[in-house]
Design a protein. Structure first.
Length: 133
């Protein structure tokens, strides 16, 4: 695998991982008011890009989704259908400020990987142009 194709594969793996992260952030925001909902988190793990014979991590991928184990807040609403005898029910542990910050970080990381992908593509097009002369 050439260095240019390796850089394309590396950028593509970063974009795919960030898009998975952004999907989970969107699910968290959509369920912020769902009683009993636990925030989803996604770790990144190193991965090998196919064709890499160096034997080391040369990409990134989204790991297994995990649920945030922080305690769910108790919400007082005696008229709610899920309320217990004290008038409380378990709320959601999604913090919209954290989700918005995660969304912005994922977006910027995706854009950085996209710029790297575009730079690699332009370099290979320039190389092909030089070889044609």
């Amino acid at each position: 695998m050439t260095d240019l194709s390796r850089s394309l594969a590396l950028s593509a793996s970063g974009m795919q991982a960030q898009s998975t992260r952004l999907r989970h952030v969107a699910e968290n925001i959509a369920n912020a008011d769902t009683p009993g909902y636990r925030r989803k988190t996604i770790p990144f793990e190193p991965s090998r890009v196919s064709g890499d014979s160096w034997g080391h991590a040369s990409g990134v991928r989204a790991g297994a989704m995990a649920l945030d184990q922080r305690e769910l807040p108790r919400v007082y609403d005696p008229g709610h259908i899920l309320a217990d005898e004290t008038g409380h029910y378990d709320g959601s542990n999604v913090d919209l400020m954290i989700e918005m910050a995660d969304a912005r970080e994922a977006q910027r990381s995706y854009e950085a990987n996209l710029r790297m992908f575009d730079q690699s593509r332009q370099m290979s097009q320039s190389l092909i142009g030089l070889l044609r002369r």
